[in-house]
Design a protein. Structure first.
Length: 237
């Protein structure tokens, strides 16, 4: 293990994998006993499909809160993914970006879309596997939600909207096979580089909303956004 790896296995206020709920999940699934490839895949699949795509109260939530919510978007699901990976002894780090607002159009509509910043804080997780860093972003959209998009837009290749930005919506490459996975990469605008933890990133760059906009988002708008996402997943367009 490289000298820098211990800090990429450590707990933080957001990566709170010592929390009883996270420890119970990891122990109950038996992930720590699995080979590394399968361990990463199991954690990845859990975050992708058992924590469904949706909008939490904010980006800077601890992993235990995301787990309790049972929903998440790129940043919150990424925090949970990192916490579970580290709990299983897998070094990982945070890579921060912004994405262009149109990527969310369709999943976000009306007032919510108007209030969203032009460039939205985004991230993916980089996992250390076989002596290299593998980018993981394809966990954001759960399989039923993605399948609904694919059925709605069957002729789409390059696609941007509804929480996806991919060169091929029909085969976006979101399954864990030991290689990078992406679902929003084509929408990236700014690259902020890598950080040891989401805590470090948010301390430097903040999050997407503040003040009155954040208050409205937390109490009203995100609930409408989540209702919209549920309709899309259920194909009630």
């Amino acid at each position: 293990m490289a000298p820098s790896m211990p800090r990429l296995l450590s707990t933080t206020p957001l990566l709170d994998f010592g929390h009883p709920s996270i420890e119970a999940l990891v122990a109950g699934r038996g992930w720590r006993q699995w080979p590394v490839f399968d361990r990463i895949g199991a954690v990845y699949d859990f975050v992708r499909n058992e924590i469904v795509f949706g909008y939490n109260a904010g980006d800077e939530l601890p992993a235990s809160a995301v787990l309790a919510d049972g929903i998440g978007q790129c940043n919150t699901k990424g925090t949970l993914l990192m916490a579970l990976l580290r709990a299983c002894g897998i070094p990982c780090r945070f890579h921060g970006f912004t994405i262009d607002k149109p990527l969310q159009k369709g999943a976000i509509t009306g007032l919510a879309y108007l209030l969203a910043p032009r460039r939205i804080i985004h991230s993916w997780v980089e996992v250390h596997f076989e002596d290299r860093w593998v980018h993981l972003e394809g966990f954001i959209l759960d399989a039923p939600y993605l399948a609904s998009l694919q059925r709605r837009f069957p002729q789409a290749k390059r696609f941007c909207g509804y929480g996806a930005a991919t060169p091929d919506l029909s085969a976006p490459g979101v399954e864990w096979r030991g290689q990078p996975t992406y679902i929003q990469k084509e929408g990236i605008a700014d690259d902020f580089g890598v950080f040891d933890s989401p805590d470090d990133f948010y301390a430097r760059h903040g999050s997407n909303l503040s003040g009155l906009k954040r208050w409205l988002y937390e109490r009203v708008i995100r609930h409408r956004m989540n209702a919209r996402v549920r309709r899309i997943r259920a194909e009630r367009w």
